[in-house]
Design a binder for this molecule. Structure first.
Ligand code: PLP
Ligand code: MG
Ligand code: MG
Length: 614
């Protein structure tokens, strides 16, 4: 698994003087985006967790970018004016922990090159193209096994030309260390060494298995931008070509306005297309361990939370909590103000737990003072509640009630299936002991994984609880995973990879940023609802801004199915209501959706409702 990338960005860009006196080359824009930003975006989409940028000239530009994107780590080459790219790579080497991608900062390229390198069998391999006629080609000579022999800008230096160096490579840590050693050994005679030189030297000296291979994509669209001619070529020809090729691989867009599975990015979809692996391999265990660790960090402070993964949906995670965290002899209060609260109480009754159900309206806020009185005086050991009632869009006051419950010694169990990764949650701060969510809602992954977040001390207490079930037992799975980095039973392998990608993308957007985007979509929806004179079921201030239940107009001309089919024909999927005592339809705004798309949906919605005389 390739987790890191290094971008060498220390250079002066002296052949683009005028543009690069006070700015690094990577910040030259094409199509309204700095070329390095576009490269970073493609690396993130390819599943890179950390991007190390070797900076030098005008390093503050990169440092500012790193403040905005926590996936970036800047390493400054203070001697950038007197060293070549290898001098910059040398300084980044310490931060590299395993196999990685190495890129130049002044490139535009088709993202397919990253896919090809990552999926290439050889672990050291550099990307090459056919002839570009760019005027600054670095030619590559290869041996009969397509391994790098030497490179030169002068074709006459080589006994044959295999391809042109693109400036994107996949290397092992071992090869990097050998390149660093080579550079250090030649500092005196070659202080301005370029990284290609170190690669050629290392490949020539390497044992057969450690040679650096060349992967040639004949018709590959890319350009390095070193001078004005390159920039003109890039703007006129190469950049539009790249945009066109990448667009041809976009998956047909369907915007899901149902409350999960939510719309995913293409990169999350594509992350499932990867090499087969037996989930008992270490490499896969590391992926699951990373997922579990990163999810824990999203739910609380470092070391405060353990996240246990199960193959299953959100309901599976709910059932894990209810069946594994409430021992015999407990007395549990379950708050039920919607379909998911009802479901939790059904699960509790299947396990024959001693429960009392607090029934409340599906669309009015909970009576907090009355509930507090109940919690304080009812002799309860456990409180079970739903954070966000997806039935109606009602957001329950979990922090207030759970903190209160904890102060009264009550263990708190929360269904955060449709709130986690949108609403800011810190389990310690918010008084939550156990919390369930799933891979296909706000975290924006594929369906198939349920997870249970546990406050460590609360989890430890469950160690002695007799098992009431097998597959869904929390402590059994936790312990097994802790020891082996494996789930006890077959995990949904490809869904795990897509969850990993979804986590990377969530970290880039941040949970606060994601909620801001969701809220912006909600604002667009609510404006249209108001303009149409429709009514929302839940008072605005009690809404989650994640899903909206809208009361159906009282006219025989209205038909949910017709509205649904009309929206669906335009690639929007909407959802029926779920209350027995109010006729509603629901529009969710979670997932990879943008305000412009919600705007397009509201145009359709208006067309439909005006068509039936509203
Ligand atoms: N809890 C809540 C609050 C939900 O919104 C949902 C699904 O929408 C679930 C539980 C059940 O999740 P799943 O359908 O994945 O079992
Ligand atoms: Mg060049
Ligand atoms: Mg260059």
């Amino acid at each position: 698994m390739i987790r890191q990338a290094v971008i060498m960005a220390g250079g002066l860009g002296s052949r683009l003087k005028g543009r690069t006196d006070t700015m690094p080359k990577g910040f030259i824009e094409l199509g309204g985006e700095a070329i390095v930003r576009s490269s970073i975006r493609k690396l993130i989409s390819a599943g890179i967790e950390e991007i190390i940028i070797g900076t030098g000239h005008c390093s503050e530009w990169y440092e500012k970018l790193a403040d905005e994107m926590h996936i970036l780590t800047c390493v400054r080459n203070n001697e950038y004016a007197d060293t070549g790219s290898m001098g910059t790579l040398l300084r980044c080497a310490e931060n590299v922990t395993g196999d990685f991608l190495l890129l130049e900062s002044d490139l535009i390229y088709d993202s397919v090159g990253l896919f090809a390198l990552i999926n290439e069998q050889r672990s050291n391999v550099i990307l090459a193209s056919g002839a570009t006629a760019s005027g600054d080609e670095v030619y590559l000579e290869a041996d009969s096994d397509a391994n790098l022999v030497r490179h030169s800008k002068n074709r006459n230096d080589l006994s044959g030309i295999y391809g042109e160096l693109v400036g994107i490579s996949k290397l092992t840590k071992k090869t990097l260390d050998a390149m660093v050693a080579h550079c250090n050994a030649h500092l005196g005679d070659e202080p301005r060494m370029e990284y290609e030189t170190a690669m050629s030297a290392v490949s020539a000296a390497a044992e057969p298995g450690d040679k650096i291979g060349i992967l040639k994509l004949d018709d590959y669209a890319w350009r390095e931008i070193d001078d004005e001619t390159h920039l003109a070529m890039a703007a006129e020809k190469v950049f539009p070509e790249i945009v066109c090729r990448e667009a041809s691989r976009a998956v047909r867009r369907e915007v899901l306005l149902n409350p999960g599975p939510a719309t995913t990015t293409d990169s999350v979809k594509y992350s499932q297309v990867c090499a087969d692996i037996c989930p008992r391999e270490h490499e896969f265990g590391d992926v699951m361990e990373w997922i579990s660790h990163e999810l824990s960090l999203m739910a609380g402070k470092p070391d405060a939370v353990e996240t246990v993964l199960f193959g299953g949906s959100g309901t599976a995670a709910d059932e894990v909590m209810v069946s594994s965290c409430i021992p015999d002899g407990s007395k549990t209060l379950i708050i039920d103000n919607g379909a998911y609260g009802t479901r939790l109480s059904k699960i509790a009754s299947v396990y024959k737990l001693d429960t009392e159900v607090w029934k409340s309206s599906g669309y009015l806020p909970l009576d907090v003072p009355a509930l507090k009185e109940k919690i304080a005086g009812g002799g309860f050991t456990h409180l079970v509640m739903v954070y966000h009632e997806t039935t109606t869009g009602l957001l329950n006051p979990v922090p207030e009630l759970c903190r209160f419950a904890r102060e009264h010694g009550v263990t708190t169990i929360v269904d955060a299936v449709s709130s986690f990764a949108a609403i800011d949650i810190d389990m310690d701060r918010d008084g939550i002991d156990f919390m369930a969510s799933t891979s296909n809602k706000n975290i924006q992954g594929m369906a198939g994984i349920g997870f249970v977040f546990c406050r460590k001390e609360a989890l430890e207490k469950t160690a002695s609880y007799p098992m009431r079930n097998f597959y869904l037992n929390l402590w059994d799975q936790y312990q097994y995973f802790k020891k082996t980095h494996q789930t006890r039973f077959t995990p949904p392998v490809q869904s795990m990879y897509s969850l990993r990608q979804a986590i990377i993308e969530t970290k880039v957007e941040t949970i606060a940023g994601r909620y801001a985007r969701y809220s912006a979509c909600w604002d667009v929806l609510v404006k249209a609802v108001d303009e149409l004179g429709l009514t929302m079921l839940v008072p605005r201030e009690a809404q989650s801004k994640l899903i909206t239940a809208i009361i159906e107009p009282d006219t025989p001309a209205y038909s949910f199915d017709t509205l649904h089919d009309f929206a669906r024909a335009h690639a929007f999927t909407i959802y029926p209501g779920k209350l027995s005592d109010a006729n509603t339809f629901r529009i969710a705004n979670i997932g990879d959706i943008r305000p412009e798309e919600m705007k397009a949906f509201t145009v359709l919605m208006k067309e439909y409702f005006r068509g039936i005389g509203l």
